[in-house]
Design a protein around this ligand. Structure first.
Ligand SMILES: [Zn+2]
Length: 166
């Protein structure tokens, strides 16, 4: 689930960093103030990109090692994510590894979302709410929790309502 979110978000993060090249040029030509205001944002994005890239590389290595698979050639992050996704069935058979993959991908998805300016990214979950039986379950990566977002749901608390309304 988090891998899907990362796959979707990672290119946005890369795109976010792309204007840095133009900004850098402008900064050099014009000199000063314009670049100054956006530079910290770009640093923030490039830090996140580096963090997520390292995280995905380490995660893939850890998964392959644990599953006793040969190492694979280096590849861009989306390719690595797809390769990890392709192993998920085997990962799921190993509770320790599955927990690690979930923690790491959730952490990276949250980092990605934060960097892109989403205070909290909701991820639609498959399946139905046990309380109201509607397909309204959402996961909150920042807090690692699942809530029902159906306003009519009885299992639904006021805090969740505030989250959804805002
Ligand atoms: Zn519900």
């Amino acid at each position: 689930m988090w891998i899907g979110s990362l796959l979707k978000r990672f290119p946005e993060l890369v795109a976010e960093l792309a204007p840095a090249a133009h900004g850098g040029l402008r900064e050099r030509r014009g000199g000063g103030a314009v670049g100054g205001t956006t530079a910290p944002v770009r640093l923030h994005v490039s830090d996140a990109l580096r963090d997520i890239t390292d995280g995905v590389v380490e995660l893939e290595e850890a998964v392959r090692e644990r599953l006793g698979l040969r190492s694979v050639p280096p590849a861009p992050v989306p390719v690595r994510l797809r390769r990890i996704a392709g192993l998920l069935e085997r990962v799921a058979a190993d509770p320790v590894l599955a927990a690690h993959v979930e923690d790491e991908t959730r952490r990276m998805a949250a980092r990605c979302a934060r960097t892109l300016g989403d205070p909290e990214q909701l991820v639609r979950l498959p399946g139905r709410c046990p309380a109201c039986d509607s397909v309204s379950l959402r996961a909150f990566p920042e807090r690692a929790e699942v809530r029902c977002v159906n306003p009519a749901c009885k299992g639904h608390d006021t805090e969740a309502e505030a989250e959804v309304a805002s």
